[in-house]
Design a protein around this ligand. Structure first.
Ligand code: AMP
Ligand code: GLY
Length: 423
């Protein structure tokens, strides 16, 4: 089978790494890819939302299966684009159609979906600039901290958590009236603050059945002890030690099943990954968000633990035979530590040479914001490389990743030294 992966991050390098291990993968392409994918696949210089260029490449390289990494092309309707095109409609696409991608594309859509299907989540109301006064009143009924969410996609920056009522009102105004996040904050969801520990659950669905992948915990803040600005993710651990069998059963019964059934009831065709962001409040799982793709860096710990051939899994999803597939999981723990450019998530420099990659033998170096240039690997983004290790315990795995990082160097390299600290 000829396969195209869309995206250029650590997530997509991990997809490519796993797909390349399959005897059934004949030719592998990544668009646009990075220095890591270049070693195991053919990179195509095409943007992930350039649908016409994707079409040409798919036809030229006789692609049978397209795996969509990031949310943007899904929310913009790449799957629908394939289904509506005579030359493309027979090609399998892993990722939901536009209508279902709204679960990530619109916070309000996601909240309405959860309420309609009785899925536990924080209480909320949503507002526009036409009823901002009511928004202030709603804030007055809540206890701090106040959670404000831009409705649309805001590159992970659209959620504000504020302790002060006055500040919360000012931010609400800035989002709705002054378009702080552009079109993404035309609507704002205000919700109840949930106090607990976060984890993520990953579900595969073919629209009929589902399979649950291992849980993972991501570390979103830039600073040690979960302080400072939010990032795309600074590290991850799988499985999540506090996710006991009893708790996982609750997630499955109260959240996964109603979600998959809800998609069917609402007539939202879905072939792809559902990434459910959860907070454990006491013993109860509550949904904080849906994403319609895999997480990054969660993919870098979840896929290495999947023993089943990923081509078989994707084929079963596309053919709606997922129920017939066994998902075999490696018992070992996997952890990843993200190396980032100094300054990230604010301004940072690019083009720094990365050295020592060939010395990493006990871990897997998944490239993210890294590209090949004149025979060297240089930084090209904020999150540069995810260093994944296996271990009998997550502590062993974390230790191995930190040992491997000692071999790696680039100017102003930064990473969190405390991944797993709260487990
Ligand atoms: P989201 O983009 O919805 O995942 O929100 C980003 C982050 O904000 C989450 O990872 C949580 O840490 C936090 N967050 C979102 N919603 C809530 C909530 N209702 N209560 C507490 N924290 C939240
Ligand atoms: N690591 C969080 C995300 O992929 O959204």
């Amino acid at each position: 089978m000829n396969i195209l992966v869309l995206g250029s991050g650590g997530r997509e390098h991990t997809f490519a790494w796993k797909l390349a291990q399959s005897d059934r993968c004949k030719a592998l392409f990544v668009a646009p890819g990075n220095s890591g994918t270049k070693e195991i696949a053919t990179n195509l210089t095409i943007g992930v939302t350039d649908f016409e260029a994707i079409k040409s490449a798919v036809l030229e390289h006789k692609i049978d299966l397209v795996v969509v990494g990031p949310e943007d092309p899904l929310v913009q309707g790449v799957h629908d684009f394939f289904l509506q095109d005579e030359a493309l409609k027979h090609i399998s696409v892993i990722g939901p159609q536009k209508a279902a991608a709204e679960l990530e594309g619109s916070k309000e859509f996601a909240k309405e979906f959860m309420v309609r299907h009785n899925i536990p989540t924080a209480a909320y109301e949503s507002f526009t600039k036409h009823n901002v006064e009511e928004g202030y009143k709603f804030l007055e009924t809540l206890k701090p901290p106040y959670v404000l969410k831009a409705d649309g996609l805001a590159a992970g920056k659209g959620v504000l958590i504020l302790n002060d009522l006055k500040e919360a009102k000012a931010e609400l105004k800035s989002m709705l009236v002054d378009a702080k996040f552009g079109d993404a904050s035309t609507k704002v969801v205000i919700e109840e603050f949930l106090d607990g520990i976060e984890l993520s659950c990953f579900v595969l669905t073919d629209g009929k059945d589902y399979k649950i992948l291992p849980t993972a915990k991501d570390y979103k803040r830039i600073g040690e002890g979960d302080t400072g600005l939010n990032t795309g993710g600074m590290g991850a651990v799988s499985p999540v030690p506090f996710a006991t069998k009893a708790f996982l059963d609750k997630i499955e019964n109260q959240i996964v099943i109603p979600t998959v059934e809800g998609l069917k009831k609402d007539n939202l065709p879905y072939v792809g990954f559902i990434f459910i962001g959860l907070i454990k409040v006491g013993d109860a799982p509550k949904v904080i968000e849906y994403n319609v793709r895999m997480g990054d860096p969660e993919t870098e710990v979840v896929l290495p633990r999947l023993k089943t051939d990923l081509v078989d899994v994707f084929e079963a999803m596309a053919n709606q035979t997922l129920s017939q597939i066994n998902i075999d999981i490696d018992e070992r723990a996997a952890t990843t530590i993200m190396l980032v450019s100094g300054g990230y998530p604010e301004a940072y420099e690019k083009g720094k040479e990365i050295t020592g990659i060939e010395k990493v033998t006990d871990s897997i170096a998944f490239h993210a914001g890294a590209k090949s240039q004149d025979g060297k690997v240089v930084t090209s983004g904020g999150r540069v490389m995810a260093i994944t290790s296996y271990g009998n315990t997550y502590q062993d795995a974390i230790k191995k990743s930190y040992q491997s990082i000692k071999h790696l160097h680039f100017d102003k390299m930064n990473y969190r030294k405390d991944i797993g600290f709260d487990l």
